[in-house]
Ligand binder design. Sequence first.
Ligand SMILES: [Zn+2]
Length: 141
Amino acid sequence: MTEHIKQLVEAAKKAASHAYAPYSNYHVGAALQLEDGSIVTGANMENASYGMTLCAETVAVAKANSDGHLRDIVAIAVAGGPEGKVGDVLCTPCGRCRQILKEVADLTQRDLPVYCAHADGYDTHLLSELLPHGFGPANLK
Ligand SMILES: [Zn+2]
């Protein structure tokens, strides 16, 4: 496991410990790698009105954006499962988060690697594999 990817995956796992997920007990953490090597994390935040729930990936991207680093994102790691552990089923970004990550990918002109944590390490996917033929800024030109 490449060291910087391992750090990113571990940051996602740690971020999951900050999830607010009292309804599903599905705790998700996301960690964005920025160009300068720094990491921005996010955790899911559920709401009694389920549709208001924020995913960890969305929180992390919004956090990076609010800090002025939206264009600096080069990769993302995601870890999810019951509180305190990585789930047996691979946690990949949901459809909405894939769309949000596509905005970043199009903005930065990078096909973002998405590292999805599991009990034995992580799987690597490219965003273009997770969201083929996605709708993006080019569609609105
Ligand atoms: Zn999501």
